[in-house]
Design a protein around this ligand. Sequence first.
Ligand code: FSO
Ligand code: SF4
Length: 550
Amino acid sequence: MFCEQCEQTASGDGCHQFGACGKSPEVNAIQDLLIHCLQGLATVTLEAKAKGIETYRTDVFTCEALFATMTNVNFNPSRFENYITRAIAHRETLKTQVEAINPSINWSSITNFEPDFQESLVEQGAEVALKFISQVGKDAVDIFSLKLTVLYGIKGVASYTFHAHELGQDDEEVYRFTHQALAALSDTTLNLEQWVNLALEVGKQNLRAMELLDTGHTQTYGHPVPTTVPLNPKLGKAILVSGHDIRQLPEILKKTAGTGITVYTHGELLPAHGYPKLKETYPHLYGHYGTAWQNQTKDFAKFPGAIIVTTNCLMPPHDHYTDKLFSLGPVGYPHLNHLQEGEDGFPDFSPVIEKALSLPGFTETGVPKTVKVGFGHNAVLSVADTVINAVKEGKIRHFFLVGGCDGAKPGRTYYTEFVEKVPEDCVVLTLACGKFRFFDQNLGEISGLPRLMDVGQCNDAYSAIQIALALADAFEMDVNDLPLSMILSWYEQKAVAVLLTLLHLGIQNIRLGPTLPAFISPNVLKLLSDNYGLQAIKTPEEDLAACLSH
Ligand code: FSO
Ligand code: SF4
């Protein structure tokens, strides 16, 4: 087994025996086999696109299958066997269509690859993984590092693209690039510079994918508005919805309306409360429960209702709560209740509702406690004049974007300490699940503006970028000259994609932690630090002092 796609990777150098996330070597090998099949499918899809053949279904399938291989999404070997079968079926259909136009076409070994479903898929996966890992020639270590960067980054892009697609937002260029990046993984002719450029192109396409998702969310549910969200439970039956997939939420709310069930968000679904059309239509979308993904075994065990996980991060569930836990979409775990989507893209939520009604729910309402969400680009830029004046009058000295993923490592207390130490004349913008380290702190206000503003989910890095670009425009300066510092935490492949987006935009001096990605070789790191000033976090005091002297 070899996997080093997330920050939790064993000893910072790759999971070799068993995934620190709970992924078994068997599932890892089958995922590798799926990626191999997707590489072949990508080559055929590009050929089909060149011939003007319709590939939309394959494009969407590829994104979903890539999404399933991300950290903490799917641990179920049979689901991956199904993805492999479908990948081969998509490929053969497209090959037949291409051959009808060009009968003399020569397919390569990867486009002719046939998994043997009678034999061990695990062994076949291990075999193709070994070939992928063996790199030879000039710059082998650094090219391998960049190949992994591209592969992991494209998984992040695929997840956002898949969500955007579900909201009716698609872009052929993003789909085409996804196939190009996958096909490039088996191209042995690319040099170091070409791999660097490909990695930056992943960042560019991810910006577009996040933009599509932003459009999907805001067109469907309205622009987020500052909204107070209760953190204390309310007496009564309850359903908890976790993950990033906002689209499933209205359907759950529709089906639970009038049942007396209260709906809570968990993890990356907290920003859903900021979307006015959801809040106005469904008053039983009540509050938020728990904190970041790594605390779910504790939070899920205590939650007295049914739970739905719509995306990552799912941890291997504990026996004492599996009966009330349901997975959805690309998420899966062996023997876990999976809600199969119907023709309309929504599953039948009645087993979840039945389960919630059979459980005790909250037996009393907790002591009131709240947080505020909904500071997306529209909300922040609607008060742009106030922000600009506060900066001009010296009331706001500096902005910090402190965000990204949370995780279990002790070093992540850095982010809590950092925010606590931010001087009172500075504003903190935050996003993604890293915010749970400090999201309930009351940092007060400057000129009527909250000093802590929650921009949204990890994909709302798009919103943070729009805010930064608009401020740079207003002050007529380069975004790197703004009094703005980015202090990011990463965990999985969406964060890799977001980081590549920031590098593609030329953002300098990003501080990244709690550790740097294991898949970045020393030479690639040097390149990123020389060209972009990318650096590892140090101590909150040192980093704060350095940022404020900027
Ligand atoms: Fe967190 Fe998990 Fe949003 Fe990630 S819940 S770690 S970057 O999936 O996607 O921030
Ligand atoms: Fe290890 Fe992370 Fe890969 Fe899981 S996803 S096997 S923890 S590197």
